[in-house]
Structure formats: C-alpha cells, structure tokens
Design a protein around this ligand. Structure first.
Ligand code: PMP
Length: 337
C-alpha cells in the first residue's frame, strides 16, 4: 500500500492509518483497532478540528487574509491551529493553562504562535483559559476566536473525515467505538458519523477520573469524582460539540490503567503515546469485553490514539515526575535500587 502524493501540506491532515493492537485484543478477547492520530502533521487528533474550524471561519467570511486565530487549548489544538495558520498566512495567539506539558509550550513557541500562559482555574472563573482566549480575540483587530469547545465545526471534522476513514479501513465491519472527551468533538463526531453507516455500532464514552461525563451519561447528573493527570481530556459540562452525541454506554478509567497500557503498547508493540491514548485503549478493552460477554466473540472495536508520547517526555515518561504524582513508573525508567 502506497501513501498518497499530495500537492498541499494541509492535505496531510487526516487519512491516518489504523492499526490492530495485539495486547489489547488479547485482553479483550476480540479485535481492538487504534486510529493513529499521532501521524498527523501536528502529531495529534486536533489537527483535524483545527483545519475544519479555520475552513469554516473562512467560508463564513469571518477570517480575512493576514488575520489572527485566537484559541484557548490544552496544547494540541494550538499546535494544529499554528500549523494550519502558517500554511494559510494567518497568525495565532494561544492561551494555555500553565499546568500543561513543557513540551507543548516549547512546541507552540517554536511554531511561531504567540503563547499566553494563565493559571489553572475552574471554568466558572473569568481567568479560565477559555474565557481569557475569548476576551483576547475580542480585543485583537482582525481576530477570530476558534472556540473549539462550542464550535461544531470541530465535530464536523470527525463526522466528515475520521468516521468514514475508520468505516472504510475496516471495510464496513465494526461493532464498537470509544474514546474520551476533551471538547467532545471526537466522540460526538465519530459517533454521529459511524451511526450514519450502521446505527448498531455501540458508541461508548471513556471518561477519566475527575471528569463529569460518566455520571452524566450513567445517571443524568454532571458530577466529577477523583482526578487525573491526563492532558486534553476530562470535561465538566455538555459542550455544544457534545450535544446530541449518540452515547450508548460509558466506562470510567483510572490513570493507573491508562499508564499500564501506555507502558505495554510501548514495550510490546513499539507505540509511543500520550496518556489519553492509554485511557482510550483501556476503555476499548472494556467495550470489547462487554460485547464478547454478550456472545459477540468476533466483535471489532476501534479507538483513537490521540497524540505522540514525545510530547510528554518531562511528565508521563519521567520517573521523578511520576513519583511526585504517586503514579506507576515504567519498569525500564525505574531508578536502580
Ligand atoms: N487527547 C488529547 C491528548 C487531546 O489533546 C485532546 C483534545 N483536547 C483529546 C484527547 C480529546 O479530543 P476532543 O477535544 O475531540 O474531545
């Protein structure tokens, strides 16, 4: 199979490979497939949302040549936006909580984005990164606010690209899909897109601890419990992207379970991933086991491998950092006794 030759760098976004994950498939007793979103130019799933948001703003006449795109982000959307903006002649201003990984900050500066760091704050606080980015967009001449949480161009990216890609890659045979939610664009968009192909595909939300969506879909109540160090996932409200998402069932996955799969996928299968990917894989195993327990032994489940682990060398892949968080350390990183 030969990858396509493209004339425009933006055409490098999407059309990512899908890989069968051996350890997870064995654990689930059925096929678990991972969509390699780390293979996007910005090394994350958020390149798709960035491209669709910018194209949507252009189509609506909101973004003029040389204009500025302002966004609040955990980092990956900012990286995607900075690359798309560079390719199309726009500037980017990225507002990020200072708790995010050092690598994401360095990357954003290296790509030419103007980086604004704000203290981590609850969404109700006007200093929260999302509100700060909206204000900055209003104050900046010729700027638009990407607004990834409530701009449904985000989930449209997944309805129009990610979902049909997965369906075609698996030649129209898929039983379940799951992933975690940050903005909710991926789970809602892939869910809606896949249901158009086959409404029987079971769509599961995989929620980290510290997020409110598990309780919302299980009991109708937005209530968060515990916490997580995973970046880019964990939502406390129903964003516009999540509205009407076809969630059939839900799982809650701990950081420890996610780290176990990040560690195993690296050591046994040569995949270097971020923690949200590990949490997604643990969720996919839970969904696979659920389908198998219902007698569907040949079930096939897909999930998202959201971003590259290279983005977390100073955190998830750093023994000292993991120790300060009380989290398990990959065996090969443990200091000699
Ligand atoms: N994983 C990572 C590493 C992310 O940066 C994001 C985006 N916030 C997600 C998962 C979740 O994607 P979405 O915003 O589409 O819910």
């Amino acid at each position: 199979m030969t990858a396509p030759a493209v004339r425009n760098t933006l055409d490098l976004i999407g059309n990512t490979p899908l890989v069968l994950l051996k350890g997870p498939s064995e654990a689930a007793g059925c096929e678990i497939w991972g969509k390699c979103e780390f293979a996007n130019p910005g090394a994350s799933v958020k390149d798709r949302a960035a491209l669709w948001i910018v194209r949507d703003a252009e189509a609506k006449g909101l973004l003029q040549p040389g204009g500025t795109i302002v966004e609040g982000t955990a980092g990956n959307t900012g990286i995607g936006l900075a690359l798309v903006a560079n390719a199309l002649g726009y500037k980017t201003i990225i507002v990020m909580p200072e708790t995010q990984s050092r690598e994401k900050m360095d990357t954003l500066r290296a790509l030419g984005a103007e980086l604004v760091l704000v203290p981590a704050a609850p969404f109700s606080n006007p200093g929260h990164f999302v509100h700060t980015s909206r204000r900055l967009a209003e104050e900046t001449e010729g700027a638009i606010w990407a607004n990834q949480f409530d701009n449904v161009a985000n989930r449209k990216a997944h309805i129009e690209s990610t979902a049909p890609e997965i369906w075609n890659q698996l030649e129209g045979r898929l039983d379940g899909f799951t992933c975690a939610a940050g903005t909710g664009g991926t789970i809602a968009g892939v869910g809606l897109g896949l249901k158009e192909f086959d409404e029987n595909i079971r769509i599961a939300l995989t929620d980290p601890h510290g997020a409110a969506l598990y309780n919302y879909y299980a009991h109708g109540e937005l209530k968060a419990e515990g916490n997580s160090v995973a970046e880019g996932i964990g939502q406390g409200r129903i964003t516009a992207n999540l509205e009407g998402a076809p969630i059939d069932t839900q799982f809650r996955i701990s950081d420890e379970e996610g780290i176990e799969w990040v560690s195993r996928l690296l050591a046994e299968e040569g995949l270097c991933l971020g923690l949200s990917s590990g949490i997604n894989v643990a969720g996919a195993i839970a969904l696979g086991q659920q389908l198998v327990s219902e007698g569907r032994k040949d079930a096939r489940v897909a999930t998202i491998l959201c971003d590259t682990g290279f983005r977390y060398l100073s955190s998830l892949y750093n023994a000292e950092w993991l120790a300060t968080k009380g989290l398990p350390i990959f065996p090969w990183l443990r200091p000699a006794a």
